[in-house]
Design a protein around this ligand. Structure first.
Ligand code: FUC
Length: 792
């Protein structure tokens, strides 16, 4: 900063210096002419790493998200007025609660008997009356409120307007000219100092009114001492009292102006630039502890941020983001349309002619995961971390019968394993609350989580039996623990999560039932999420998905125990139970059966969004073109019947499944639909509809899955490359076994692949029908060239 000032106000600093210069917390003489015009701003990052627009956001799904895992803001990019919609990831309704129905355990045998007798509708009615959680619904993720900025006295139309989100710098920028003054406003989330930072600079002194509002009950704002302080309580929901206190603070640092209270707002007069530091917090400490002090925590955060200074906050935040974001670089080629504003590219609905839109979507998915899930934060919920509504769709919580898992599908393979930490922590907590549910509801050891959970780690079945009576959510989450190990092969991590795997498996050893017709072991009661079978109910015994998830859970738990040299007798029990699980079956239509009986063709919703029974093909590796070709073909038949176009996440799942079937054209066709206006909002958020972030993450994984897949120690290069991406490259993808994979292709075939690993080992590399075995040695690269996979 001093360097820039030393050059004097008339020097012509580089663009980089200007960006850093505007961040100084001392008064700076920034020459008017060097502030970028709209057109120049539009050149700041290419169409693959930048969302940009020619007009402010009118609605929430046009606003741009920033986040540091815990704090989030949606930036509208207004001119005379600006809105930042604010979130903090522990502000939810309610307080600690245990929803297990006291009648459940006594009712369970009768529900099981009715299912075995084929009286599914009666079983479901009884389950609804006496098995389901109390209350029937879980708690909801909440908005903190809005930061509102106003340029008093500014009138007329803004000109030379642009707003953008630079995915590489993790900064949202709005630039415009209003009343003869050129303004530039930057917003980002600091992971280090735990604030949202807003910096506004004008090329002439300006006034600014700053307000803070909240829809939460009893929220009040005080404006004093250069700071706005908002405090309040969270709301009750479904009879569960609100037990959280929360606070938000906005600290103002004005360069060359005055700051004074103006009612509930702060008025800045005659400033050259204004920095706003926004801290938010609640009294949440853990699912069973609400004794935190948000007043002290938010005060410490804004003061820490002031001490750090805007320029350092900004460069720290970008550096912390880049340390993760820059690990992977994708190039799918570009066409002229990539220079158009982002909303126009989505509306054009021409993903096939805009390969760079898939690159942007992929980069955005990685950006969103970094912004919504970092060590110490809550896991990314249905909306990541961004939610403006007090009654959001599906409570904006954790739906673990697909959506939460999908959020983490890109994490390992696109080199963001740190972002999985909050999910691992959530599983640690579910193992505590879920042990209570296992015991009181089922009389079982271990732990269980049904189809949803929330901030309070509720694990009982909820909503209605037709959706909620599904005991396999915790088991599915456990596969993410195994994957986190398998991508890194870090035995210490495995040791730390082994008790969770053990407890999840133990629950099923205690609760699996013998199917009277076949003698196989099955879950009962359960359902195939959330599909109704032709016997007038969802609930049933042993849906295919459960059997597949349990094969993975038992295998992974057994492998973990063996690797850790522990629990030999338990491993034997798991192997014996696994051998008795009902197998996958192929039905009369050639499809993979969703249920134990061949009901698929008669099910009322042939194109149901969930494709639960295809879990075995993706994300699992149980069903595979090479090792189980008959089941893989049956899975393909099921996919054809289900159709390509569905809700956002369900569309993304289908793209991954077709990539696993190595059909690049089909996967790309589905991806094109996902990236079009039916399933993507102007801000590139996924549309279920409404907004749900899982589709972003599922789509990101699908793109990776088309370019590289790995299973055990085998790596498939370009397994589903579509014609729309004839030449391109990706660097930094991760394969199982701590292997980093770079791939470059030309004219639809491999040009070169480079592999490296931090652990030694043999890997089988596959390109089409060709395979070669290579030996990886830490510190050495293995290069494979051309369609022949020639080792260089
Ligand atoms: C599951 C899905 C819905 C929705 C909800 C959040 O219930 O079946 O489509 O995504 O989760």
């Amino acid at each position: 900063m001093t360097e820039l000032s030393a050059k004097g106000p008339h020097a012509s600093p580089s663009r980089r210096e200007v960006l850093e210069g505007v961040g100084a917390t001392v008064a700076l003489a920034v020459p008017a002419l060097v502030l970028p015009t709209g057109a120049e701003a539009a050149m700041s990052a290419p169409g693959e790493t930048r969302l940009w627009y020619r007009q402010p956001a009118k609605v929430w799904t046009e606003a741009l998200p920033v986040g540091n895992g815990r704090l989030g803001a949606m930036v509208f990019g207004g001119t005379t007025g600006e809105r930042l919609q604010l979130n903090e990831d522990t502000l939810w309704s309610g307080g600690p609660y245990d929803p297990v129905n006291p009648d459940a355990r006594a009712t369970l045998p009768e529900v099981r008997r009715l299912i075995d007798a084929g009286a599914f509708a009666e079983a479901q009615t009884l389950a609804n009356a006496r098995l389901m959680g109390v209350p029937k619904t879980q708690m909801a993720y909440q908005p903190v409120g809005d930061l509102l900025l106003e340029l008093p006295g500014a009138a007329g139309e803004a000109s030379a307007y642009t707003r953008e989100l630079d995915l590489d710098a993790a900064i949202a920028t709005t630039s415009f000219t209003l009343g003869g003054t050129r303004f530039r406003r930057e917003v980002f989330a600091s992971p280090g100092e735990q604030v949202i930072a807003v910096h506004m600079v004008g090329d002439r002194p300006f006034d600014l009114l700053v307000g803070l509002t909240s829809p939460q009950p009893g929220a009040g704002v005080i404006a004093a001492g250069g700071m706005l302080t908002l405090t309040g309580r969270n709301a009750a929901r479904a009879g569960i009292a609100g037990k959280l206190r929360f606070a938000a603070r906005v600290r103002i640092v004005a360069d060359g102006g005055r700051v004074a209270a103006d009612g509930e707002r702060l008025r800045v007069t005659g400033a050259r630039s204004v920095t706003l530091l926004v801290a938010m917090g609640t009294s949440y400490r853990r699912f069973d502890d609400v004794g935190g002090d948000p007043d002290a925590a938010t005060l410490a955060a804004v003061e820490g941020a002031v001490r750090r200074g805007f320029a350092r906050l900004r460069s720290d935040a970008t550096a912390a983001h880049r340390a993760l974001f820059r690990r992977v670089k994708l190039d799918l080629g570009r066409t002229a349309i990539a220079d158009r504003p982002t909303d126009e590219r989505v509306l054009a609905d021409r993903a096939a002619a805009d390969p760079a839109l898939a690159t942007l979507y992929f980069n955005y998915g990685r950006y969103l995961l970094i912004a919504s899930s970092r060590p110490g934060s809550q896991p990314a919920n249905l909306q990541g971390i961004w939610n403006a509504e007090t009654s959001p769709p599906w409570e904006s919580k954790y739906t673990v019968n697909i959506n939460t898992e999908m959020n983490y599908w890109p994490a390992e393979v696109t080199a963001l394993p740190e972002c999985v930490a909050p999910l691992v922590q959530m599983v640690r907590e579910l193992a505590i609350t879920g042990a209570r549910t296992a015991k009181t509801m089922y009389g079982a050891r271990g732990w269980v989580c049904h189809h949803n959970t929330d901030l309070w780690r509720a694990t009982a079945p909820i909503d209605g039996a037709q959706w909620g009576l599904w005991p396999t959510g915790g088991a599915w989450l456990c596969t993410h623990l195994w994957d986190h190990y398998d991508y890194s092969r870090d035995l210490e991590f495995l040791r730390s999560v082994y008790p969770l795997l053990h407890g999840a498996a133990l629950f099923f050893l205690d609760t699996l039932q013998t199917d009277p017709k076949t003698g196989a072991l099955v879950t009962n009661p359960s359902l195939s999420p959330e599909n109704v079978h032709p016997k007038g109910a969802s609930i049933c015994a042993g849906p295919a998905m459960d059997m597949q998830i349990l094969r993975d859970l038992f295998d992974q738990t057994g492998k973990a125990a063996t690797l850790l040299g522990t629990d030999a007798a338990f491993v034997a029990q798991l192997a014996a139970a696994r051998a008795r699980l009902a197998p996958d079956k192929i039905g009369r239509g050639g499809q993979l059966q969703e249920w134990q009986a061949d009901w698929d063709a008669d099910a009322p919703e042939q194109r149901h969004r969930h494709v639960s029974h295809l879990y075995g093909l993706f994300p699992s590796e149980q069903i595979d073109l090479d090792t189980t070709p008959a089941l893989a073909n049956a899975a393909r038949r099921s996919l054809e019947i289900r159709g390509d176009e569905s809700t956002g996440w369900a569309t993304a799942w289908r793209a991954n499944l077709w990539a696993r079937l190595r059909d690049g054209e089909h996967a790309h066709r589905i991806l094109a639909y996902l990236l079009g206006p039916a399933r993507t909002y102007p801000n590139l958020f996924d549309a279920h509809p409404p907004f749900q972030i899982d589709g972003n993450f599922g789509g990101t994984r699908a793109i990776a899955e088309m370019l590289m897949q790995s299973r055990s120690d085998e790596i498939l290069l370009l397994p589903a490359l579509p014609r729309a991406w004839p030449s391109g490259s990706i660097t930094g993808l991760r394969a199982r076994g701590a292997c980093v994979v770079d791939v470059r292709w030309e004219a639809g075939t491999l040009a070169e692949a480079v592999l490296r690993s931090t652990i030694p080992g043999r890997r089988r590399i596959r390109l089409g029908d060709r395979t070669v075995d290579v030996t990886l040695v830490p510190g050495r690269r293995v290069r494979l060239r051309g369609a022949g996979l020639t080792q260089a």
